[in-house]
Design a protein around this ligand. Structure first.
Ligand code: SAM
Length: 225
């Protein structure tokens, strides 16, 4: 029945409260929502841009046996798209909220209904602490709304030039750093273009229609030289 909303889980931790909800849309489809500190973070009405973060980045990477770092897990759509992409041998997903990892393990995340793929490594923590130099073929970041409207103030460093430089340094030469943003960001694009060893910085503006309104989300990409 449309309008019915059921809480699947709620946990308070060091980074605030996280809750997972399921509701029924007008067309009868089940929609899962992630709410952080009482504020809507995302749902899965349209996950095209979360999936595009993976597919657009990996379309720009050559080779086989690819290693990919994803921060964070959310509802699992980006991680699942990486696993479904050709040539991927290893996917490390770093997620701040332990609760999401537990919910993933019990099959509650619609994007990633199973975590049994042996290529998948789910890690609790801050992705900013996971940037090992020259470790990955692609680093995909969807941890916040983007540089201009943060859910977690602690993520500010990730979007500044030193944080972005560490993220790009975790990418092997020829690999790609990609970042999801709730708005197109010329500032972030310029920052990426100016990083050491950065080439081919670009911003894809991706329109998504919700409730009769068109939102412009963005995926920003840069290649390591
Ligand atoms: C919008 S969701 C990601 C959505 C995901 N792309 C998907 O396809 O469902 C953002 C996630 O990043 C997590 N997060 C926030 N800051 C983080 C950080 N510094 N490191 C790792 N995960 C973080 C949040 O807890 C949340 O699960």
């Amino acid at each position: 029945m449309a309008g019915v909303r059921e809480e699947l889980g709620r946990v308070s931790g060091p980074h605030g409260e996280v809750a997972l909800w399921r509701r029924t849309a007008d067309d009868g489809a089940a929609v899962t929502e992630l709410v952080v500190d009482g504020v809507f973070a995302m749902d899965d009405v349209d996950t095209s841009t979360e999936r595009a973060l993976a597919t657009e980045a990996l379309a720009r990477v050559d080779g086989a046996e690819l290693a990919v770092l994803v921060g964070g897990l959310g509802l699992g759509w980006t991680a699942a798209s990486v696993l479904a992409s050709p040539g991927v041998a290893e996917v490390v997903v770093v997620e701040l909220e332990d609760a999401l990892l537990r919910w993933a393990a019990t099959g509650l995340l619609p994007g990633l209904p199973s975590i049994s793929d042996p290529r998948l490594d789910l890690v609790a923590g801050d992705v900013a602490c996971a940037f090992e130099p020259d470790r990955y073929d692609a680093v995909l970041l969807d941890v916040d709304n983007g540089p201009d409207f943060l859910v977690h103030g602690t993520n500010a460093g990730l979007y500044g030039a030193p944080g972005l430089a560490r993220a790009l340094a975790a990418v092997r030469p020829g690999g790609v750093l990609a970042i999801w943003s709730a708005d197109p960001s010329p500032t972030l694009l310029a920052r990426l273009a100016q990083l050491p060893d950065a080439v081919d910085a670009e911003q894809l503006v991706l329109p998504v229609e919700r409730d009769g309104r068109v939102f412009e989300y963005a995926v920003l990409l840069v290649r390591r030289n």
